[in-house]
Design a binder for this molecule. Structure first.
Ligand SMILES: Nc1ncnc2c1ncn2[C@@H]1O[C@H](COP(=O)(O)OP(=O)(O)OP(=O)(O)O)[C@@H](O)[C@H]1O
Ligand SMILES: [Mg+2]
Length: 369
């Protein structure tokens, strides 16, 4: 431990401190790494505050104990601690990443470097061991990976939906048109054969049924893939979505969107899906009279707002929800994919608003799919 000169009354400067104390102070100040010495047999000979923080032992508890204490029973059974010392002694250094064990027996993912320490004549004095707790890093890397996988899955799903929507339109849609023409032809022939002046009620019924089927088909494929998004762009698609919503649910819906929204396909689809989900919530939960969807472009990005004048959301329950809701979560995830921010603003009786900001750089990115 550093020798503190209390007689100096705290006025001691760094240059007054003996060189070996300076090293000790330096090592002790490092809190993110466990830095300690092992004797040639692998017993702990020194301990820093980082080691105490990461592994949970105070110096009294650990000094003198064999360093295999930090290894898992499986690694001990496999002879790993001795092997690592042997490699360090022979080659000068060994590096390893794996599970290590804390004082409370919990495990952490560690990066470990063991270096042999020798005197001028080459006699082995012991080993310097530096351990870094990689748990947080590994967790962040796993989260990053998971979110990348989610984005790729979403892109794949959207592409698949696009394909199905196209198939429905091009294949079933054409067949329905042919069917309708067939019924009309049959109807004309029937009238010619029977001499009837009016179309048969059954034929009219059939035609109406075909019309209903065609409308359902259009609705289903539009739900799968917004038809105008690919052809006319985000602004027209949002206008269509809002108008269609109003017709479907009888809620006044106003779209305030610029004529040219100038985004790439992924950003356009993301914004479209968010508005779609927000409007579904308005239909399901709000009892609103009016909802306003507004998209504003600025130099540094764009702002999207969906606000209704309905009953608002109930206060957030303190107890865990018995049913999982994914709508707002999904919106958050989509916003995160475009590096934006999202806030929900609601009070019981005072409507529900979703405010989103996307940075400019995320609206026209270089995306691989
Ligand atoms: N416009 C709104 N008006 C009032 N309450 C809303 C509104 N939007 C969301 N909420 C509240 O927020 C909750 C969570 O919404 P969320 O979309 O996450 O889930 P959900 O709509 O209940 O289910 P789903 O997972 O099918 O979307 C809703 O259950 C509702 O209580
Ligand atoms: Mg919902």
């Amino acid at each position: 431990m550093p020798s503190h000169d209390s007689s100096a009354g705290g006025n001691r400067s760094y240059s007054d401190i003996a060189i070996e104390d300076r090293y000790q102070m330096l090592i002790d100040a490092v809190r993110d790494y466990a830095i300690f010495m092992l004797d040639p047999a692998g017993r702990v000979a020194s301990w820093n505050s980082g080691a105490q923080r990461i592994k949970g032992y105070s110096p009294d508890e650990i000094i003198g104990r064999h360093f295999s204490t930090f290894y898992t029973p499986e690694d001990i059974a496999a002879g790993k601690p001795a092997r690592e010392l042997e490699i360090a002694a022979t080659t000068g250094r060994v590096e390893d990443e794996g599970w290590r064990v804390r004082r409370d027996h919990s495990r952490f993912w560690a990066n470990v470097v063991i270096s042999a320490v020798r005197d001028a004549s080459g006699t082995l004095l012991g080993f310097a061991k530096v351990t870094r707790d990689m748990t947080e890093r590994t967790r962040l890397a796993a989260l990053e990976h998971a979110s990348e996988v989610t984005t790729q899955m979403q892109i794949a799903r959207e592409n698949e939906q696009k394909r199905i929507a196209r198939e429905l339109h091009d294949d079933l849609g054409q067949q329905l048109t042919a069917l309708k023409m067939g019924v009309a032809l049959l109807q004309t022939r029937l009238q010619m054969v029977t001499g009837l002046t009016e179309p048969l009620a059954e034929a009219r019924e059939l035609q109406a049924q075909v019309d209903t089927m065609a409308a359902s088909l259009r609705r289903i494929s539009a739900d799968l893939r917004p038809p105008l998004l690919d052809d006319l762009g985000l602004s027209s698609a949002l206008d269509w979505l809002v108008e269609d919503f109003s017709k479907r649910y009888g809620i006044r819906a106003i779209a305030r969107v610029p004529t040219d929204s100038d985004t790439d396909e992924f950003a356009a689809l993301t914004i479209f899906r968010i508005v779609q989900e927000a409007l579904t919530n308005v239909a399901r939960h709000s009892q609103a009279h009016t909802v306003v969807v507004s998209l504003k472009r600025a130099e540094d990005g764009c702002m999207l707002d969906i606000s209704d004048d309905g009953v608002g959301a109930p206060p957030v329950p303190t107890a865990p929800r018995d049913r999982k809701s994914f709508g707002l979560l999904g919106m958050r995830e989509r916003v995160r994919q475009l590096h934006g921010t999202i806030t929900f603003d609601t009070k019981p009786g005072a409507g529900f608003s979703v405010h989103i900001c996307f940075p400019e750089s995320s609206l026209k990115g270089d995306r691989s799919s």
